[in-house]
Ligand binder design. Structure first.
Ligand code: ADP
Ligand code: ZN
Length: 602
């Protein structure tokens, strides 16, 4: 472990191990298997990188994300680590060179996708080589419940049989108890030591609001808080992606689309620009993001409801990996709630599967309609208890008002009943507020006892009430996909006067104006003078990054630059004291940064 600590300092430039890093590294060095669950940004990579350097042979990193291997390898090379990848983007002769390097023991780390690993040629190559360890990244891909399911991942259990003496480490940032069990059984990790980190991401501020995928709400959020920041905006459909990206561009942002309908080339290009340029917004479907390890994404915005909390947490987790303040923002409405319920209902999965999906949907909707701390609920979902409310979510900072909506609920449910459980929310709301149209007249619903009994609320307010009633399970949608509302078992006691009265508390319909929150990034905590130097150092970093065609953070992260601006080192040994500066980077960039710092002092 002494060697491990030395490498942490001299290669990575860090003083201390974080969380369970040192236990994990110790286990791997001893040759034991490990499963580690750590949130995004927790520092998973070092857990296998350091043991790969210490153990004899090459560490094999299995990742589904071919497009990102180049950046991962670049980052390793920047640290002076000998790393390479094998995938289809290489020519046959390039592949042969890397295979030769592997055989001759020159490589510390080799990245590849599971389908490549599983080919007979690769397996026999690995059999004849000294392997330090196997790192199975994004291990939740074995789970068929998750949206990242890859069937090749399930075949990786063969590593255990074919390489019994090589330690394996499975890593993931998503894992509820179910996924965890699945990873263990699918990958034959029964005897692995399991290290579970807290999943809390305290630097992320969570906010969920009911403005109903409104672009204006998105724009106020971005322009007020993140005018020059990099961020991801998730939309459900390709069309949503295209129009939102155009709309943000018309507002003066640099916003690029990303979805499965774009050519591989355009997707690759937009992803590269997101990684390379400062302050760019990517508007994407969920096709975007797995494995994106850009550390300075300052916000993740959802324009629709994610399908479940795992997806929500994973997507929002792409914000703020550098530990600086970041935002997870979401906007949703009645249509999303109906849509999500329908999606679950219509799925042709078997009953057992469907039950799980229903539970997941309920949990997601519950999180949205929650009036208490979001973080407490999120962590509870992953089996963690937070003792206190977090103070860094919308509900903590602006506690939502609730009101006794029992009577409104009774009116709504009774109107669904009187109209025969044959209509969608819009129709029922029209009847409630006493609006007539041809359909209502033809059905004689303007003669109903519930016609116009709800005029104390506007149609928009009723949409909010119906959204919450569906989310809370008083109303269900039909399985045929027309959005027809039906009463559930939970609804009946409210309709029958004989039952003991129960109160329904809902979120207030008109929201109090939210207090403005000051967002501080690492750099803005600097004095004006230091901030100027920080900007100068950023320009230098951008130049160096451009010359080598690597993302700027691969040279140095923002945190390292702001520390340089604050401390203003003058000598190499002072520079080495800055977090994130190791030996190789000192040799490569030390003089450039020292020069910049000393000339700024003149
Ligand atoms: P993950 O893969 O878990 O999302 P990474 O491995 O990319 O996270 O690490 C996130 C960031 O934290 C990286 O910039 C990494 O260099 C940094 N980091 C990792 N371990 C440490 C440590 N012990 N001290 C300081 N920074 C660290
Ligand atoms: Zn909170």
């Amino acid at each position: 472990m002494q060697r491990a600590r030395k490498i942490l300092k001299s290669t990575f430039g860090y003083e201390h191990f974080r969380h369970h890093q040192s236990d994990i590294i110790a286990a791997l060095i001893k040759g034991e298997d490990v499963l580690t669950l750590m949130p995004t940004g927790g520092g998973k990579s070092i857990c296998y990188q350091i043991p790969a350097l210490i153990r004899e042979g090459c560490g094999i990193v299995i990742s589904p994300l071919i497009a990102l291997m180049q950046d991962q390898v670049d980052a390793m090379n920047q640290l002076g680590i000998s790393a390479a990848f094998l995938n289809s983007s290489l020519s046959a002769s390039e592949q042969r060179i890397i295979e030769a390097e592997l055989s001759s023991g020159e490589l510390d780390l080799l990245y590849m996708a599971p389908e490549r690993l599983l080919t007979p040629t690769t397996l026999s190559l690995l059999q004849s080589t000294k392997i330090a360890l196997f790192a199975i990244d994004e291990a939740h891909c074995v789970s068929q419940w998750g949206h990242d399911f890859r069937k090749e991942y399930q075949q990786l259990s063969m590593l255990h049989e074919s390489f019994p003496n090589v330690p394996r480490i499975a890593l993931t940032a998503t894992a509820d108890a179910r996924t965890r069990t699945e990873i263990i059984s699918q990958l034959a990790l029964e005897s692995a030591s399991v290290f579970v980190n807290s999943f809390d991401r305290p630097n992320i501020h969570y906010a969920i609001n009911e403005s109903g995928n409104s672009r204006d709400a998105l724009w106020s959020f971005i322009s007020e808080n993140h005018a020059r920041d990099a961020g991801i905006v998730y939309c459900q459909t390709r069309k949503g992606v295209e129009t939102t990206a155009q709309w943000l561009s018309s507002k003066g942002c640099t916003a690029l689309p990303y979805h499965a309908g774009l050519s591989q080339e355009i997707r690759q290009q937009n992803q590269q620009r997101f990684l390379r340029d400062d302050g760019l917004i990517i508007v994407a479907t969920i096709a975007f993001g797995m494995g994106i390890d850009k550390p300075d994404v300052r916000f993740v915005a959802h324009m629709n409801l994610p399908k479940n909390i795992e997806a929500y947490y994973q997507e929002t987790g792409r914000a703020g990996r550098d530990g600086n303040p970041a935002d997870a923002w979401m906007s949703y409405g009645l249509k999303d709630v109906v849509g999500l319920r329908l999606f679950t209902e219509q799925s042709d999965a078997e009953e057992r599967f469907k039950r799980v999906m229903h539970q997941k949907t309920d949990a997601m909707l519950g999180l949205c309609e929650l009036t208490s701390c979001r973080r407490v609920a999120l962590l509870a979902y992953f089996g963690e208890t937070l003792e206190q409310k977090c103070g860094n979510c919308d509900n903590c900072l602006n506690p939502p008002e609730t009101w006794d909506a029992t009577i409104a609920t009774q009116k709504a449910l009774s109107c669904v009943f009187r109209t025969g459980e044959r209509f969608g929310a819009q129709y029922v709301i029209d009847v409630l507020v006493g609006k007539t149209n041809e359909r209502i007249e033809n059905n004689n619903h303007d003669k109903l006892s519930t016609f116009d009994i709800g005029h104390e609320h506007t149609a928009i307010e009723w949409r909010g009430i119906f959204r919450q009633l569906i989310a809370h399970g008083y109303l269900a949608t039909d399985a045929e996909g027309y959005g027809v509302l039906k009463l559930t078992g939970k609804a009946w006691p409210l309709l029958k006067k004989s039952e003991t009265p129960q109160t329904v508390m809902l979120r207030a319909l008109r929201k109090a104006k939210t207090k403005k929150r000051k967002i501080s990034v690492a750099a803005s905590e600097l004095s004006t003078e230091d901030q100027q130097l920080f900007e100068t150092l950023r320009i230098l970093r951008a130049q160096l990054a451009k010359e080598q065609n690597v993302p700027p953070y691969v040279i140095f992260p923002d945190k390292t630059l702001s520390e340089m601006a604050l401390v203003r080192p003058h000598t190499s040994s002072q520079l080495l004291e800055i977090s994130g500066v190791g030996q190789t980077k000192l040799e490569r960039y030390g003089s450039a940064f020292l020069n910049e710092i000393s000339s700024s002092a003149q």
